[in-house]
Design a binder for this molecule. Structure first.
Ligand code: ADQ
Length: 740
């Protein structure tokens, strides 16, 4: 606005100068016209009066002169003789122009006439002296015209000229300002479009020359971030993640929203409160990230002593004893938990997204509860946010609607949503009765992440099929309603190095201890499975493979035991209770079939285990079998590799896990093909130590690079780029008060 003021002032000064010059020019011209006009009038007056003046006595001549001065412009008249004598003059004739004071050339009867403009006592006058004429007539008629009308006309002219120029100036200034404004808007709009929407296919968009320097600057900025991202060989560590937050996100803490809390306070049978860590891949991955980043983790407070351990704002600092971040608990009623968690999330979306032939159940009352709970969590995030643009990490299928709700409340928030489970094909996704709402909800995010490119592709196909949108497959983004959401793969992982592995005893000790615990003979090899009791994990297929191994390879009877750690999960849902019963019955059947002399082929431990016990089991085992029928990633496979710093042990891994794409040195199997799986178990059990080491070394090298800090760091860097672009675009946006 300041520069517009300056522009208007300069324009006004320029126009005033032009107006003054123009009026001066015009007045000078008008004055000359007036002089010529009066000289002519004087001659016409003489022509008219000459007959009356011919031979007139002084009294008669006076009457003629009096008649002449009736003309409003003619002030006075006199008749002079060439010697300067006055014959007659009208009343009030100005003394300054008396006959005696006129120059001799004015009174020369022979002259053709004499004209002068002069300053009289009452203003400018025009004096004309004309010989009356005739053979013996030596009289000269002197006429004094009043020229004040010329001054008055000049004043008026000046005034009109100024008014006219002022109006022209005003209209010009408004037009110029409007043109400047329009061109600013079009300039910034084009620039913004270039910065915020570079989502056209290559070649479709060329940067106009005038924008090239600016766009180059923006690209430099983004390249700096990319360089940060691609630091040659740099491994992601908690420090590097913190550095990214500090450097690119101003050190802001993050807000995580997840249904599951990382620490649950439970009151035991003895009345004391103890803390447990849930059996959840999400928690396994996110917890080290939060320890590195700090901030707030918002989750459903589900423990029996959770309410007793929070402060007045429902906060508790965690991890206990090594406090690094806040846990904010949200309370759900039993009905809410039923509709939101068990109903829509786990009976609807979970089977919808997994190819496990389980029928998704969608009930509209569950959907209503799901919406309500998502809105409540969005409200909680807004409460926890320090400013208008927090960094929020939304976790999983429990919160598909939250990104949009949050975007409505905090339009400038950076929302990174990670979907921990697979995304189904568009065809299958169409089973969901609220497919549009789910997609629109997720697209409130800045970034939507999946484990694999295949899940991203399925998501983009679903968006394409169900929403009015623009999909840029090169940039991996979706634009809906002018907002861009990046849709990219970020394979999740575990911390590296694993602090649980570091705290676990060496492999030999673990082997000895576990064998003692399970009562296994020293020559018995050990297989391990670690899962939540979930029908997607293929636990039945796993036990069937063990059964078939013993059937086809009798040499392993009495020499191989498979331990299954199975954490009860979602037991409110009938399908999970039925699975629990089936798994137990199957283990019993196999044991009944092959058990001998105190040896059991299958040890089923259906309870929650804390990480130290799980890591001890990983280290004690000769093989780990992950047989998921469909799994987003599967962190058990990665934990097993992280635990094996002795480079021993074989991983047998289902090809239907995301992990199989990275851990290619595992023995990859189709868990439905029980024959092939049994053969893979036999191969694992007889694999030479050197081959085990080679495979394990390669997998550990991969894991040390692709760890969970990289997962979080990559997402934060992608979000940072968008955040910077958005901030730049906001600054350029032609909002109210924006200056040209
Ligand atoms: P989950 O389905 O929970 O995760 P997963 O990745 O296998 O699956 O992680 C399970 C976690 O629970 C592991 O950390 C494991 O140690 C722990 N766990 C398993 N059995 C346990 C037991 N008996 N007692 C205690 N803890 C136990 C979802 C997706 C996955 C994805 C993760 C992370 O289904 O595909 O890998 O999120 O994105």
């Amino acid at each position: 606005m300041r520069s517009f003021g300056r522009f208007a002032l300069v324009l006004a000064a320029f126009l005033a100068l032009v107006a003054w010059g123009a009026s001066e020019l015009f007045n000078r011209q008008a004055f000359a016209w007036a002089e010529r006009d009066l000289a002519m009038r004087a001659r016409f007056a003489l022509e008219g009066a000459r007959p009356a003046l011919a031979g007139a006595s002084p009294a008669e001549a006076r009457r003629v002169l009096d008649a002449l001065v009736l003309d409003e412009r003619l002030m006075a008249a006199s008749l002079c003789l060439p010697d300067g004598a006055t014959l007659v003059r009208t009343f009030g004739y100005p003394a300054g122009f008396a006959c005696g004071r006129l120059p001799p050339e004015a009174l020369s009867a022979a002259a053709a006439g004499w004209d002068r403009t002069a300053e009289g006592t009452s203003g400018t006058v025009h004096v004309t002296a004309l010989p009356v004429g005739g053979a013996a007539d030596r009289r000269v008629l002197v006429l004094v015209h009043d020229m004040s009308f010329v001054d008055r006309r000049a004043e008026t002219t000046r005034l009109y000229t100024f008014v006219a120029f002022a109006l022209v100036g005003l209209v010009g200034a408004v037009a110029a300002a409007a043109a400047a404004r329009l061109s600013w808007i079009s300039w910034t709009t084009q620039l913004r479009r270039m910065i915020t929407a570079p989502f056209r296919a290559a070649g479709q968009f060329t940067t106009p020359r005038r924008f090239q320097p600016l766009v180059a600057d923006v690209r430099d900025l983004l390249a700096t971030l990319a360089a940060e991202d691609a630091k040659a060989g740099a491994t992601w560590t908690p420090e590097r993640l913190r550095h990214v937050l500090r450097r690119n996100l101003g050190g802001e803490g993050v807000i995580v929203v997840a249904n599951r809390e990382p620490y649950i306070h439970e009151r035991g049978a003895d009345g004391t409160i103890h803390v447990t860590r849930p059996a959840s891949g999400l928690v396994t991955a996110l917890e080290p990230v939060m320890r590195a980043c700090s901030g707030t983790w918002i989750a459903h407070g589900s423990g029996s002593a959770d309410r007793e351990t929070v402060d007045r704002r429902d906060h508790v600092r965690v991890p206990p004893g090594q406090e690094a971040y806040d846990l904010r608990r949200v309370w759900l009623s039993r009905e809410e938990e039923q509709g939101f968690y068990y109903g829509l999330s786990n009976e609807g979306l979970w089977p919808l997204c997994h190819m496990v032939h389980a029928r998704p159940e969608f009930r509209s009352r569950d959907w209503e509860t799901y919406r309500r709970v998502n809105a409540r969590f969005a409200e909680t995030v807004a409460e926890e946010a320090d400013g208008p643009d927090p960094i929020v990490l939304v976790q999983d299928y429990h919160f598909a609607l939250l990104p949009r709700y949050l975007r409505e409340r905090l339009p400038r928030a950076t929302i990174i949503t990670f979907w921990h489970i697979p995304w189904p094909t568009a065809e299958r996704f169409g089973i969901c009765p609220w497919e549009r709402e789910v997609l629109e909800g997720l697209l409130g995010s800045t970034v939507v992440g999946f484990h694999t490119q295949a899940h991203c592709n399925n998501f983009l196909e679903s968006v394409d099929r169900f929403l009015e949108s623009r999909i840029d497959r090169e940039r991996h983004s979706v634009v809906v309603g002018g907002r861009e959401t990046l849709v990219r793969p970020y394979p999740i992982s575990v911390e590296w190095p694993s602090h649980w592995a570091a705290e676990t005893a060496p492999a030999a000790e673990c082997r000895a201890e576990v064998r003692r615990q399970l009562g296994l003979a020293p020559d018995v090899l050990l297989g391990v499975g670690v899962d939540r009791l979930d029908y997607t994990k293929g636990i039945e297929e796993r036990l069937l493979a063990v059964e078939l191994l013993l059937e086809r390879h009798p040499a392993w009877r009495g020499r191989f035991t498979f331990v299954q750690l199975a954490a009860p999960s979602r037991t409110v849902i009938p399908a999970y209770r039925e699975l629990n019963d089936r798994v137990a019955a199957l283990a019993t059947r196999v044991n009944d079939r092959f058990a001998r002399d105190g040896w059991l082929p299958i040890v089923l431990l259906r309870r929650h285990h804390e990480p130290p016990a799980i890591f001890r089991m990983y280290r004690a085992a000769d093989l780990c079998y992950v047989s998921s029928l469909h799994d987003g990633m599967n962190l058990v496979a990665k934990e097993f590799v992280a635990a094996r710093d002795d480079l021993r042990g074989v991983l047998v891994l289902s090809r239907f896990t995301g992990a199989a794409r990275e851990l290619s040195e595992a023995l990859i199997v189709n868990p439905y093909d029980v024959e092939a799986a049994a053969t893979a178990l036999a191969t694992a059990l007889s694999m030479p130590p050197e081959e085990q080491e080679d495979r394990m070394r390669a997998m550990r090298a991969m894991l040390s690079e692709l760890n969970v800090y990289r997962w979080a760091g990559k997402m934060l860097l992608d979000a940072t780029r968008t955040r910077r672009k958005d901030r730049l675009a906001t600054r350029l946006s032609p909002g109210p008060g924006a200056a040209p």
